[in-house]
Design a protein around this ligand. Structure first.
Ligand SMILES: Cc1ncc(COP(=O)(O)O)c(C=O)c1O
Length: 399
């Protein structure tokens, strides 16, 4: 007889809950924030430029613009790409809604391309199929931290005169053919939300190698205002003068958040190493279990993984994803699902999107959950996740 799982009255693998993601803040981070709080500048101060220089160093990009969050980064990237009413923006449904909402913010239409069923990233072939004369940009998401097929997608964008925005909210530190993400696409956006590899509480950034795009991003972050004489349409009235030349937003980040992110970036190599170790341990533990499918990694991507996807072969199990998810929760492994296909959300339904658009994405959604993955997980935490997963597989496996 198989052992009793927690949801059926057995004992959980752990006594205390283990979440799927968690920030790691050390004394150096706290000191960096306190230093700013004691300084003259809480916003618009020197910590912003300092963070931007550090981001250029880490990503290899020429320019970086730090903003209030990853969603703001996507919004101003779309604006800088010239996305507007009547345009279409191609993205993946397996992402956080912000990757598509940025098109809606600009009055454009998000168009969903299907994923590659093995890597779970947007399929270049599907991008090609979705291009129309109205397509203006592609928002390619490095889902879980694995780089999208950048060479092929860049080629498609070049051939069709499209701007490539890489949504690297998950992939800070990932290399594509040895080059860090952030230096490859026309623009790359980052998020520093607490579950991400590096955090500022909230925070985001756009990187680019193009100076004109950089200048525009700077203006869009701050109301569309410039203090640069050459960018003004009118003559300066005097030393106090600044001019709003276009409609922008207040997407500024505070100096204390910037200082926190910069301090965290100093630990990026440590974070990367531990995340990679945990992914390797999971992959090793699951590789001989036929009921578990492991995400394929393309050779070009040296991935710093943000999420670890447990994908179930439901045809071999006597349960559905919801039952497995609930059973993991009962074992005190607080898994989550990334992501609900964006067009399943009722807001997207109200815009006329219907199920059936992207069959590979929809199948993936039915079979997945994200296992805990964060820097400060102990070996025991990792072992508990593996034990709980294996216990449930043994229980639900078709005999
Ligand atoms: C792929 C992706 N894009 C964009 C975002 C938005 O980032 P933020 O939460 O910083 O606005 C997220 C964050 O959850 C994300 O996962």
């Amino acid at each position: 007889m198989s052992e009793l799982i927690a949801i059926k009255g057995g004992s959980p693998v752990r006594e205390t809950p283990l979440g799927y993601g968690k920030q790691y803040i050390d004394d150096a981070d706290i000191e960096a924030v306190v230093k700013v709080l004691k300084s003259d500048f809480l916003t618009c101060g020197p910590s912003i430029g300092s963070l931007e220089r550090k981001l250029c160093e880490v990503t290899g990009a020429k320019y970086a613009v730090a903003v209030s969050n990853g969603t703001a980064a996507l919004h101003i990237a779309c604006m800088a790409a010239g996305v507007g009413p009547g345009d279409e923006v191609i993205t993946t449904p397996i992402t956080f809604a912000a990757s598509a909402n940025c098109a809606l913010y600009c009055g454009a239409k998000p168009v969903f391309a299907d994923i590659n069923p093995e890597t779970y990233n947007i399929s270049p072939a599907s991008i090609r199929e979705k291009i129309t004369p109205a397509t203006k940009a592609v928002v390619a998401v490095d889902f879980t931290g694995q780089a999208v097929e950048l060479d092929e997608i860049r080629e498609i964008c070049k051939e069709n005169n499209l701007i490539l925005i890489e949504d690297a909210a998950h992939s800070l530190g990932t290399l594509y053919n040895g080059k860090p993400v952030g230096s490859i696409a026309d623009m790359t956006t980052f998020s520093f939300h607490p579950v991400k590899t590096v955090t500022g509480g909230e925070g985001g950034a756009v990187t680019t190698n193009d100076e004109e795009t950089y200048r525009k991003l700077l203006r869009l972050r701050a109301h569309g205002v410039t203090r640069v004489q050459e960018e003004m349409k009118n003559t300066s009235h005097g030393g106090w003068y600044y001019e709003q030349t276009e409609l922008g937003y207040n997407y500024r980040i505070t100096d204390f958040q910037a200082a926190l992110i910069e301090s965290q970036l100093g630990k990026l190599p440590l974070f990367q190493k531990r995340r990679k170790e945990i992914v390797k341990t999971y992959n090793e533990a699951f590789k001989d279990i036929p009921e578990i499918l492991i995400q394929k990694e393309i050779a070009e991507s040296d991935t710093t993984r943000h999420l670890y996807i447990l994908r179930l072969d439901l045809s071999a199990l006597n349960c559905n994803r919801k039952e497995f998810f609930d059973a993991m929760q009962a074992e005190n492994i607080k898994v989550q699902v990334h992501y609900i296909p964006v067009y399943y959300h009722s807001h997207y339904e109200s815009l006329g999107y219907e199920k059936g658009l992207c069959p590979h994405a929809e199948k993936l959604y039915d079979e997945i959950m994200s296992l805990p993955l964060f820097y400060s997980m102990t070996d025991k935490d990792v072992a508990d996740v593996i034990e709980a997963t294996k216990k449930l597989i043994r229980y639900y496996k078709k005999k």
